[in-house]
Design a protein around this ligand. Structure first.
Ligand SMILES: N[C@@H](CCC(=O)N[C@@H](CS)C(=O)NCC(=O)O)C(=O)O
Length: 211
């Protein structure tokens, strides 16, 4: 059994999508970051960076294993099950490349844009301009990749697509309304969003946690 600590945010959706894809049994602990539950001492023992998602694998080799950071969780679950990340070769490194591109790029940049364009009280123009430009650049990079390959790692769906899906969906809907220049004309991403969004495991994972 795996315990999943998560919330209703793009980062929070990655681990449940992966757990649904690989079919491992899991229980969900909702961590309401709006109520500061990410700072509860019990949660900090699992996720010392006070962020969701995190997991505890109670059946890990050597005893229960707590993991935070969504990229690490995706790689761990892929290696535990032998699914959605090739064991070796170029395809493995393409999947890792685009997974960490999301964790270091799309996540922080779209997250900051969402904050300044939608939730900030002052909505500072310079910050919105800065994160709009960087978000638009990142999605142009992603669109070019998806013009040459069906999925981010190549021919096959992988953890890289799981990492990117919820952030890209949020950007193509909510953030696109608040900062239209951040999105652009990403026809290849639109095709990919439809393909990934049709997967039953993605639809189930996007509904976790129920609140
Ligand atoms: N790099 C981290 C980012 C995780 C993250 O930013 N989580 C946010 C929710 S989307 C969070 O827990 N925020 C609570 C806080 O910052 O206190 C990952 O990919 O897991």
């Amino acid at each position: 059994m795996i315990t999943l600590y998560t919330w209703t945010t793009p980062n929070g959706r990655k681990a449940p999508i992966m757990l649904e894809e690989v079919g491992l049994p899991y229980e969900v602990r909702a961590i309401d970051i709006g109520k500061q539950q990410q700072f509860d001492p019990e949660f900090l023992k699992v996720s010392p960076n006070n962020k969701i998602p995190a997991i505890v694998d109670h059946d890990a080799d050597g005893g229960p294993l707590a993991i935070f950071e969504s990229g690490a969780i995706l790689v761990y679950l892929a290696e535990k099950t032998g699914r959605l990340l090739p064991a070796a070769g170029a395809a493995r490194y393409k999947a890792l490349e685009w997974t960490f591109w999301q964790v270091g790029g799309i996540g922080p940049m779209v997250g900051q844009l969402g904050f300044f364009a939608m939730r900030s009280k002052t909505k500072p123009a310079e910050a919105i301009e800065r994160f709009t430009e960087e978000t638009a650049r990142l999605f142009a990079v992603m669109d070019r990749r998806l013009a040459e390959a069906a999925y981010l790692a190549g021919d096959d769906y992988s953890i890289a697509d799981i990492a990117c899906y919820a952030w890209t969906l949020a950007a193509s809907t909510m953030i696109r309304q608040a900062a239209p220049a951040a999105w652009g004309d990403n026809v290849n991403i639109e095709r990919w969003l439809n393909a990934v969004g049709e997967r039953p495991a993605v639809q189930r994972g996007m509904a976790v946690p129920t609140v």
